[in-house]
Design a protein around this ligand. Sequence first.
Ligand code: KMH
Ligand code: ZN
Length: 273
Amino acid sequence: MEKLIITCAISGAEVTKEDNKYVPYTKEEMALEAFLAKQAGASIIHLHVREDDGTPTQDVARFKEVMEAIKEKCGDIIIQPSTGGAVGMSNDERLQPIELSPEMCTLDCGSVNFGTNEVFVNTEEDIIYFAEKIYEKKILPELECFGKMHVDTVLRLSQKGIIKDHLHFSFVLGMVGGMSATERDFKFLKESIPKDATYSVAGIGKYEFSLARLAIRDGGHVRVGLEDNLYLEKGVKAKGNKELVEKVVKIAKEYHREIATVEETRKILKIKE
Ligand code: KMH
Ligand code: ZN
């Protein structure tokens, strides 16, 4: 089986230090969390940035300083800035980090209820606008899908040539308002994508490791991190992103999946071929 790509979503835009004191805000905290996650086995850092007080921002200057700090501390690592930002941000605000020409970034492939009282809006016109800007810069998008209809949108836009190969999906499941993270849901999604596509899973909250286990077993890839889940196990908060990555590496061992290095990750995802 292909080696396992581990993405670590170190901070997100919604969780705070009140939820888990290891959620990084400053560039130094971001760089340290990324470094420890890489040491544990992550090859991609999914990145949101914050002001020093924790306020989420998509400001390009802030992304630049955090990305530089991460690269300086980690050496070679793939940084995948979010173009999702936080609910309510405008499209152009969200797109700012692509000005830095990262190797990857996210492309959110549809709207979804986000928790109990917010909607994360990505209309088809928004998706097309984002896709055009992302491909113009030759960035590989991680195609974030919160449900099957988002996968269908990707397939339709790919037939029209708007979303282009290589297709790397991210199934974000188990979120309140989104699609659940059962084995049946997981199978439905993975069987819906083309054979030569790759996928990663991000289980939200208590689904982080149960979903990861399914993807590891079936040859998919995995995202973990404090953005998605604050707990190492029920009632035990993770002492940083590193512990979440370590837990995935342990599960991978059970299934004899080796962990992909940064360079191997680029090959699997056909980055810079
Ligand atoms: N923070 C969410 C509103 C992404 O990174 O592209 C959007 C999100 C998805 O986290
Ligand atoms: Zn994100």
